[in-house]
Design a binder for this molecule. Sequence first.
Ligand code: BGP
Length: 483
Amino acid sequence: MDNTTKREFPSDFLWGSASAAYQIEGGYLEDGKGMSNWDAFVRIPGKTFKSTTGDIAVDHYHRYKEDIALMAQMGLKTYRFSVAWARIYPNGNGELNKKGVEFYNNLIDECLKYNIEPMVTIFHWDLPQSLVDEYGGWENRNIVDDYVNYAKTLFKEFGNKVKYWITLNEQNIFTSLGWLTAQHPPGKFDDKKMFYQVNHHAFMAHAKAVIAYREMGGCGKIGASFAYTPSYALDCRPSNAMSKYNYDDLKNFWWLDVYGYGRYPKAAMTYLKRKGIAPEIKQGDENILKKAAMEIDFMGVNYYQSCVCEYNPMDGVTPYGTMNTTGVKGSSQVVGIPGIYKNPANPYLMTTDWDWSIDPVGLKYCCREITSRYNLPIIISENGLGAFDKKETDNSIHDDYRIKYLEEHVKSLGEAISEGCEVLAYCTWSFTDLLSWLNGYQKRYGFIYVDRDENDSAPMTRYKKDSYFWYKKVIETNGKCIE
Ligand code: BGP
């Protein structure tokens, strides 16, 4: 707590890096893969930066061996990737696509060949479009059975080789952007009632998959990954302190408490009931959520930034402010819920070109909160800096800003560990550059520069950035080099 303790990472600490199928694979209709909701969404004019798609992405589908060899050279201990549901079940349910299973078997084997622990995300936002056409996807409770069937297929096919499973990636983000702000599929605006209902379906899908994993004898580790944006009250004015409390109940604990305790936060639920937007919960659901909460092995955290909470008057800002998807600093607007909270900028923190605050302490804050509140081990499943990178004429990429960002966050994580948090893994976002959902290819996160831009005919050659060599050293010394 006093920051004087030595930062030590456990000897079996998993230094890793993460990706998601839609953002990296490409091959969007190859070898029997079906269309996903994202394949359909990006074709609607104006939805993504310069109309970018993941049709080819960074061609990992064909270059995974090259990418994993680069990971091995670096000494990476774990590679977190997601499975594209529509490669396994092109229609979401029904007939299994053997070619899809084969691809992921090859990918997993390639990791294992180099002693890289595969960490598999079951759902990272790309939903088979057939399920949307058939019954509305996550809006219909039928999704729970189809998701569980798909998850069980993965456990059966890969369960003997994969020891780390992430059920859902950032349920809070894909539902918020999908049903409140219309920025992700299905592109619905302000459908609050449906937003909470969709979330309840997703919680049930997560919970039933966790229970199924155990029933199938799975002895690896399983949990969900949450996009955790911890909050600080603007000042000690009681109304601002209370706005932080409300923000946490509505924006953080609404998800974390269900994963960790199997129940919704009471004040938030009371508020939703009063507004008539609480989800329909069937008899027996609560027991299932509670059972799954007892069975999860870790809390997955995707951490990028913290936020500030201030009281927001009834005629104040809404959740629908402009988001910066261009990299033009200062182009995002303050958002909030009228009468509850708003999130002004933090005057003590610098921001990225996409207006995300840079706050290494926030990472420790997340770990401490999870440890105190849920007493669960933690996997940092994403953390990284999106930036414009420049490839020099000699093909070097000097991303010292990324090194600085990651170094400060790793230090903070080390402090969390020395203060009693059990952290199993740290995955940076991302290993190679890849598609940023709404920001095209210019917002880069990787250790490996991929020579492509918004133009699909680019060569896609891989180049090591300076941060590649930095992370290699961090892994080699188990974090000691940054003391
Ligand atoms: C997380 C997602 C990732 C990734 C990352 C960076 O929310 O899980 O898939 O995209 O954020 O976000 P962005 O690409 O918007 O900068």
